[in-house]
Design a protein around this ligand. Structure first.
Ligand SMILES: [Zn+2]
Ligand SMILES: [Zn+2]
Ligand SMILES: [Zn+2]
Ligand SMILES: [Zn+2]
Length: 586
């Protein structure tokens, strides 16, 4: 297609979501971008194919564009609204729009583009990373099943079929099913402007229900907007704030505000609603629970130090610490950039990790906080240095005080912020997906403890690696009933999970649950640590990870020199991306 006449390169803010199949686009995939002509309404241009760039990067097209994934880019903000599509999905969409509905290319492009824009709850909404729910036409599915000659799929119950789909949603099969389903729902209407004050209730796919006048005198009204991966799903009016709810969703996001805090104008198109947010509007708060906690909420100061453009929304995630088996904190350069809640003991943080850019993945450290079923987190504190290095301090009923994160020197200035103390703590944090950073960590506790709190100690540790990005962890060796050693590919130790007589659990090093190979030992009597060349460690010339063996002194210890310890004292595990060491203090 001919390109619009431009002299300067323009930024196109490409999205990580395919406008046809709705699936996440990975860097390197072949895509094209659609946008509306500024001068000719309803006329959609599409660019030449390009490889989807990494987050934070832009790639220049052979014609006149930059395909931009820079967070909060000012040039993109002034650029056109863009739809990003897999090249093969676009071809399927256009072919089937014509085949099924006789819709020509021009109209099909317009419908694809406008429909994609309504998947964002408003223009330049933050990336919400909501897990998408199956939305495909059953007849399309059956057609594909016969095309691929896999009739067994047809007879499966819907839940099993959904499990199969979720295990590989981005394969061509499922992308094609979703794309053709989208071609069936092509809509060629123009959007109309509506006012929120006139809407009593809205469900996607249905015309909005007008507001009843008797409501207007009933004092302040709360508006709750429910968002899913397909945009605004519901808008409802509540007479009062909903009670706080500790159940969090990965599929749905919620805005719960007084009517005055919600922008008044919205656009309606074919049963879909989109807010029209004025430029100077205060950031909206987005939650992962329909009843966000508002009272007794404490936050640390911002973790990220550089100044940022005001986002159109702040997204809060909640983790009810009484309902999970642990959390994995992803760290880079001494700061957390992602948090994963293990809602069942075997769940792996790998999928969250895979959402991060290659750069983040390459520098990441996984820090695991196990929470045994019998244990309770009773206090949560954040420790921060002026340069932004951040420790999460956790006190549990069975394990006592645990310090997670980078090693701070005793002389280093730092400040502790109490987030919550009590028996049922919900951790709250604000992620900036565009920046791959955790911006705020806070907590909420409805049964706040009124007792004076014992402060957390500073960790004093004489051993260190010669790098600024060193992490520290420690756990006692007394009363250990079992040990799980997580291993690097070469067999070296990556992390150790310890279980105690009182059923408490502690982790040192990197315990990447469900990712790395691990060995489990019960009733250990000795822990043996392989020595390695300390000069290599000092200069970080090589990858040099500590080796650990349990109860194997009787046999040969192999090529390494070993130090063998009885199960007493405190095990210190000091580690960085490239090296680690263990020492045991009595
Ligand atoms: Zn696609
Ligand atoms: Zn840009
Ligand atoms: Zn130490
Ligand atoms: Zn030994």
């Amino acid at each position: 297609m001919k390109k619009p006449h431009q002299t300067e390169r323009r930024h196109l803010a490409i999205k990580r979501r395919c406008g046809a199949c709705s699936q996440t686009i990975s860097p390197g995939e072949q895509v094209t971008a659609l946008f509306e002509d500024v001068h000719r309404r309803f006329h959609i241009w599409y660019t030449k194919d390009f490889k989807f760039p990494e987050l934070g990067h832009l790639s220049a097209s052979t014609d006149c564009f930059y395909f931009c994934r820079r967070p909060s880019c000012a040039q993109c903000a002034n650029g056109p609204d863009t739809t990003t599509v897999h090249v093969d999905c676009l071809a399927i969409f256009l072919a089937y729009s014509f085949k099924i509905r006789s819709i020509k290319v021009k109209e099909a492009l317009f419908s694809l583009h406008t429909s994609d824009l309504y998947r964002d709850p408003w223009r330049q909404a933050p990336l919400l990373c909501l897990q998408e729910q199956a939305a495909f036409d059953t007849s399309v599915f059956h057609f594909f099943v016969s095309l691929y000659d896999i009739p067994q799929l047809r007879t499966l119950p819907a839940e099993i079929r959904e499990m199969i789909r979720l295990s590989s949603p981005r394969t061509f099969f499922w992308r094609a099913v979703a794309t053709i389903s989208a071609a069936y729902s092509v809509d060629l209407m123009a959007p109309e402007t509506v006012h929120i004050r006139d809407i009593g209730h809205f469900n996607r796919g249905e015309p909005p229900i007008s507001r009843l006048h008797e409501f207007e005198s009933a004092g302040p009204m709360i508006i709750r907007i429910t968002i899913d991966s397909d945009g605004i799903r519901r808008l409802e009016r509540l007479a009062e704030r909903p009670p706080s709810c500790s159940e969090s969703s990965t599929c749905l996001a919620y805005i719960v505000e007084l009517e005055a805090a919600i922008p008044q104008k919205a656009l309606l198109l074919g049963g879909r609603l989109k807010l029209d947010i004025p430029v100077s509007w205060n950031s909206l708060r987005i939650w992962d629970t329909p009843g966000p906690p508002i009272k007794h909420l404490h936050f640390s100061p911002r973790l990220t130090l550089r100044s940022q453009r005001i986002e159109t929304a702040i997204q809060y995630r909640t983790i009810n610490l009484t309902a999970i088996s642990g959390i994995t904190l992803f760290y880079s350069q001494g700061m957390p950039f992602g948090i994963f809640a293990h809602r069942i003991a075997t769940s792996s943080a790998l999928r969250s990790y895979q959402h991060f850019s290659k750069l983040r993945q390459d520098t990441s450290i996984w820090i695991y906080l196990p929470i045994a079923a019998q244990d309770t987190v009773v206090c949560l504190v954040l420790r921060q240095t002026p340069r932004g290095r951040t420790n999460l301090l956790v006190r549990t009923r069975l394990c006592g005080d645990i310090i997670l994160g980078p090693q701070l020197q005793p002389t280093q200035e730092s400040k502790d912020y109490l987030l919550a103390a009590g028996a049922s703590i919900t951790m709250i944090y604000n992620e900036l997906p565009h920046y791959e950073q955790v911006n705020h960590i806070g907590a909420y506790c409805d049964t706040a403890s009124s007792q004076d709190l014992q402060p957390f100690e500073m960790h004093t540790c004489e051993h260190s690696l010669e790098t600024s990005a060193t992490y520290h962890s420690a756990a006692p060796l007394n009363s250990v009933t079992s040990i799980t050693v997580f291993r690097h590919a070469d067999g070296a130790c990556r992390g150790i999970l310890l279980e105690y007589e009182n059923h408490g659990l502690r982790a040192v090093g990197e315990c990447r649950i469900g990712v790395d190979a691990s060995d489990h030992y019960t009733e250990p009597t000795r822990i043996c640590v392989g020595k390695h060349d300390s000069t290599a460690l000092l200069h970080e010339q090589t990858h040099e990870h500590v080796h650990v063996a349990i109860d194997s002194c009787a046999g040969q210890h192999g090529i390494h020199e070993w130090d063998c310890y009885h199960m007493s004292g405190v095990l210190h595990f000091v580690f960085s991306k490239r090296s680690s060491l263990i020492f045991i203090a009595n």
